[in-house]
Design a protein around this ligand. Structure first.
Ligand SMILES: C[S@@+](CC[C@H](N)C(=O)[O-])C[C@H]1O[C@@H](n2cnc3c(N)ncnc32)[C@H](O)[C@@H]1O
Length: 406
């Protein structure tokens, strides 16, 4: 925000879908850099217009691969691409609006804009909310002991563990949470279960299970690795270490999260308490995974309100329902925008494709098998796929299919 009351929006050049997003922005009459003037006294109408422009930009800036691919056709009449995208776009806008400003009129406008964005955040999920039936709170001793261990080791949480119908255990808000509230904060020192944390489980069946599982993994590793070392050219020793093997198993057993540490390294961690958070296509927590260097902790802020007693959901990632079923053993409720079928086509021999950055090299279709709407025309064919098919049949020259020119 400048002294003149301007708010600057910019699509970062290192965005992995920069060229596609640039094209989508231009379809909306927007550039990769936009300025929003918030000076003077703004009428409600002007403020709404500013919010719409911010949202159009924010939605496109926050699209992921699948959303970019279906960008044109997926956008609903309300302008929403997906619940995940809408939540990310609105929270991106909130981070962008400065919290303070010396000039009184600008400050009033900023406050009104923040209030309007917060209003939209509360409305995003609306009737699609996931209903949660709590079976029991803190019903099991070992979960309570883990939470207690967390408290003693600097874990701060506004969540309670509960037995939830259809989800096993889950986490629910122990107080009303609004945008930006940190639902869970784990100190860097507790980002993986150490020996002392595991020893908290002493005397429980869970500890036996963990120890047995670890022993079994070690046995399997000890059996396997000597065989691999006979074929070093295929299985280089440095890749088949005990640490790498454990890492793969942790992933396999699905409770881990990929966390970026202050040294820039990505590590797979089993995070206490966070491991109780269930997944939803209408998540509360979407922005996590990087250690905050100022506090040396990992924070899980909510991006939409979660009322006291409501189950607090995380987004595990942009996974299809079949992936969630295969690797996590459950089907998410509601229409999952990541239910897509990848399509494999031969590359078309067209020189323009090499130079056109906004051309797709892989394609996909929306999978309707798990959707509540099986109507064949509900999703339609995505524009990049149609363009590819037209080019393959020589119906149109590649450059003519550029959406910005259509
Ligand atoms: C990280 S754990 C979450 C805590 C887990 N519910 C428990 O009882 O320990 C991931 C597992 O939770 C379950 N889960 C996560 N989200 C779910 C959902 N929306 N519906 C049903 N089960 C879910 C799946 O079994 C998944 O493999």
């Amino acid at each position: 925000m400048s002294e003149t009351g301007d708010l600057y929006l910019e699509l970062p050049e290192d965005d992995p879908f920069y060229h596609h997003k640039k094209t989508l922005l231009s379809c909306k009459g927007l550039g990769i850099k936009e300025t929003l003037n918030l000076s003077g006294s703004l009428s409600e109408q002007l403020l709404n217009a500013a919010l719409e422009k911010l949202l159009q930009f924010g939605r496109i800036a926050n699209l992921d691969k699948v959303e970019v691919y279906f960008g044109e056709v997926a956008c609903t009449p309300t302008g929403i691409y997906s619940v995940r995208n809408e939540i990310s776009a609105l929270s991106w806008i909130l981070w962008l609006i400065p919290v303070s400003c010396n000039i009184q009129t600008h400050a009033v406008n900023l406050e009104a804009l923040r209030a309007a964005v917060k209003g939209r955040i509360s409305e995003v999920v609306g009737v699609e909310k996931e209903e949660t039936r709590i079976v029991d709170s803190y019903g099991y001793e070992k979960e309570s002991r883990l939470v207690e261990w967390g408290h003693n080791n600097g874990v701060k949480t506004k969540l309670q563990i509960a037995q939830i119908e259809g989800c096993g255990r889950g986490a629910r808000a122990s107080e009303d949470l609004i945008f930006g509230d940190v639902a869970l904060e784990i100190p860097i020192s507790s980002l993986s279960f150490g020996v002392d944390a595991i020893m908290e489980l002493d005397g429980t069946l869970l500890l036996d299970e963990i120890m047995q599982a670890k022993e079994l993994l070690r046995e399997r590793y000890d059996e396997l690795v000597p065989l691999l070392s006979n074929h070093q050219h295929v299985f280089p020793t440095e890749l088949y270490t005990w640490e790498h093997y454990l890492w793969a198993c942790e992933l396999y057993y699905s409770n881990s999260m990929q966390i970026k540490f202050p040294d820039g390294k990505l590590k797979t961690c089993l995070i206490p308490v966070a491991g109780f958070l269930n997944h939803s296509v209408y998540p509360h927590i979407v922005k996590y995974g990087k250690v905050d260097t100022e506090t040396s902790s990992l924070k899980f802020p909510v991006s939409r309100p979660c009322n006291k007693g409501e189950q607090c959901f995380l987004s595990y990632g942009n996974y299809s329902s079949s992936h969630l079923l295969t690797f996590y053993g459950f089907l998410p409720k509601g229409d999952n925008p990541y239910d897509v079928i990848p399509l494999d086509f031969d590359v078309i021999d067209d020189q323009d494709i090499e130079t056109d950055f906004s051309s797709w090299k892989t394609h996909m279709l929306r999978g309707t098998w798990l959707s509540s709407n099986h109507d064949i025309f509900h999703y339609g064919l995505p524009t990049p796929l149609l363009n590819h098919l037209r080019r393959a049949h020589g119906l149109v020259h590649h450059s003519e299919t550029d959406v910005s020119k259509s």
